[in-house]
Design a protein around this ligand. Sequence first.
Ligand SMILES: C[S@@+](CC[C@H](N)C(=O)[O-])C[C@H]1O[C@@H](n2cnc3c(N)ncnc32)[C@H](O)[C@@H]1O
Length: 251
Amino acid sequence: MTAAFDAIAPTYDASRGGTARAAGFAGQLAPLLDPAEPVLDIGVGTGIVAAELAALGHRVYGVDLSPGMLAHARERLGARVAVGDAGRLPVRTASVAQAVSTWLLHAGPDPRAVFREVARVLRPGGRYLVIPARGRQPDDDIGRIVRALEARLDPAATRQDAPDVLTPLAAAHGLTYEGPAGERPTVFRVSPTAMADSIATGRLFTGAWQLRDEDLPLVADACDRLRALPDPDVPRVREMADFVMVFRREE
Ligand SMILES: C[S@@+](CC[C@H](N)C(=O)[O-])C[C@H]1O[C@@H](n2cnc3c(N)ncnc32)[C@H](O)[C@@H]1O
């Protein structure tokens, strides 16, 4: 996992929506954060989201497992970042008022271990804000094929970070899911052919960027299904939405 993120670190920001994505996420998180308290960004990555939060007046500290990703975060945030495992945070018990993670819980760590650690480091009443990789998705012909591929690539749902998957894992550690907040819809147009092309490169599709050799036939099959849809070159108008999951540590 660390090696994979080290390898993509130089191109990560540009290939994941750049500062537009980061500023959008920061805009969703900021109204839910207390500017008087520091923020711990768990899985801070290159620091692109944390830097946008800092620009909005928040004091952000970051932890990430990948030294390659963190080198970019250090350029943005200086000494406020440290190499560390989200499942074993280098942070004192009950010392954090608020923590955030964007696109972390689908990316490799065991969410149970992350919630256990978040529950340990948060003060009673503290909040953990999570922007999942899989926001609200359209239920259209493209979406059905992509979701079926995800299910085949990840039958145990270890890369799923939807509320119904995460809520019971958080509750087991005394973190209550208070619901979604700060929904930010995005409308874009993509044809089945274009979606097949991007899935084939493993770039756009969250669950497929770490493809193993045995996964390739499944991806090829999904690409064939996309290209076999009616009017495969006609873009579909797709509305998706990113949202923030709000978890609170019980008092
Ligand atoms: C998809 S990136 C998201 C980075 C950043 N939050 C963003 O939105 O740009 C996932 C990040 O989680 C980090 N990560 C994966 N497993 C981790 C773990 N167990 N502990 C800490 N960081 C981890 C990766 O190194 C990577 O930087």
